[in-house]
Design a protein around this ligand. Structure first.
Ligand SMILES: Cc1ncc(COP(=O)(O)O)c(C=O)c1O
Length: 387
């Protein structure tokens, strides 16, 4: 038979699946996959049930239903301080991932170059690969994950079209400061570059840090696509709802593309989200309090298990180094250490190599997700402490 598309060559599931199977086999606790297993807010669930009962079952407008776009507009203006003018600047997408796909199609031609920061979120690089975009990466190092701006500038060529950045970052938790974003913008202006920012963990920043959206800086909006979603904020990763905010010209093209790719995000779920969208600041305060306590519990447990732990500035992962344990059997590299931990404690994590273009760069690192129910996280931490 004729061969399948060459686009699928080399594509494979990340280690997440293998880790999940192994954790299941030992009836363990999976801190590998980045999903939060807390319930979605009641008001959103009620809203969706009511929308289903009211037969809100037909295709939505490709750019999203009006009440949800209104809530997003309000949130993007007030929380993110992004200078949007109206609904033409917002596109409702199938999760932020749907937004990234549309952005990758709207901005790039094969052969264009994009700069990312390592460690990176694998979906971005896989999707860019599907677009045949040439990717360059600037490595960041713990504990501060600082940006070497001279090195960043040296990666730019006449073919560079955009910079992709995730703040707060998955997996390392880096939160870009305003000063860093200003320096980035200066570089974007001088070299005429776009940015795609992934801000899905925007409400999770620790020790008084604030989330700053690149697009909120003076002059940045016209060259920035801001992506976010409700997956993490409202514990609804499976609902597949997110959005892109940006200049009308780009959002319009992204809308045409997402219409072709999947028509629209699920209609009754959009109405449900619009109904239950939390506007009360206490929701976000309580989310942050909860994650602050979990972060601290997780970091301390890993420290007492012998890991080197750069405490994350944001998001809900700890990207920890087991180098101090690397003399022990079973801790030679990240995959082996991950499976040793599952066998000895039942706790699942993700091997660090998954977050690097050159997997050996993550050889001594494991990522642990602390977005878990309290009892489960507590049990995982106790098991790690006994290691
Ligand atoms: C950095 C980052 N971006 C995007 C996503 C996916 O988000 P969504 O559910 O909005 O597509 C994840 C999920 O883990 C993530 O970590």
């Amino acid at each position: 038979m004729k061969s399948l598309s060459s686009l699928t060559d080399g594509l494979q599931q990340s280690d997440i699946r293998a880790v999940t199977a192994r954790v299941r086999a030992v009836n363990g606790i999976n801190l590998g996959q980045g999903v939060c297993d807390m319930p979605a807010p009641d008001a959103i669930k009620q809203g969706a049930k009511s929308a289903i009962d009211r037969d809100k079952s037909i295709y939505a407008p490709y750019d999203g239903v009006e009440p949800l776009k209104d809530r997003i507009k309000e949130k993007v203006s007030t929380f993110n301080k992004i200078p949007i003018q109206g609904p033409e600047n917002i596109l409702v997408t199938s999760g932020s991932t749907g937004g990234f796909v549309a952005a990758a199609f709207a901005l790039f031609d094969p052969g264009d170059e994009v700069i990312q920061f390592e460690p990176l979120y694998g979906y971005h690089s896989k999707l860019l690969k599907l677009r045949d975009v040439k990717q360059k990466t600037l490595p960041l190092h713990p504990p501060g994950w600082e940006i070497d701006f001279d090195r960043l500038e040296s990666l730019i060529t006449s073919k560079t079209k955009a910079i992709v950045l995730t703040t707060p970052n998955n997996p390392c938790g880096k939160v870009w400061s305003r000063r860093e974003l200003e320096r980035l913008l200066d570089l974007m202006n001088r070299h005429d570059l776009y940015a795609i920012t992934d801000e899905v963990y925007e409400y999770m920043t620790y020790e008084g840090r604030s989330h700053v959206s690149l697009a909120s800086l003076d002059g940045a909006f016209k060259r920035t696509i801001t992506l976010s979603s409700f997956s993490k904020t409202f514990n609804m990763t499976g609902w597949r709802l997110g959005y892109a905010a940006g200049p009308e010209k780009i959002i319009e093209k992204m809308g045409l593309l997402s219409d072709i790719i999947y028509i629209c995000a699920p209609t009754p779920l959009q109405f449900g989200l619009a109904d239950g969208f939390a506007t009360d600041p206490t929701y976000y305060e309580s989310l942050l309090r909860d994650y602050t306590a979990k972060r601290s519990r997780m970091c301390k447990a890993l420290e007492s298990a012998g890991f080197e732990v750069p405490w994350p500035e944001g998001a809900y992962y700890v990207f920890a180094s087991f180098r101090p344990l690397s003399g022990q059997p079973g801790f030679t590299d990240d995959r082996q250490a991950c499976f040793t931990l599952i066998d000895r404690t039942g706790v699942g994590s993700i091997p660090g190599g998954s977050f690097y273009t050159e997997p050996s760069d993550g050889r001594y690192l494991l990522r642990f997700c602390f977005a878990k129910k309290e009892e489960e996280l507590e049990e995982a931490c106790k098991r790690l402490e006994r290691l």
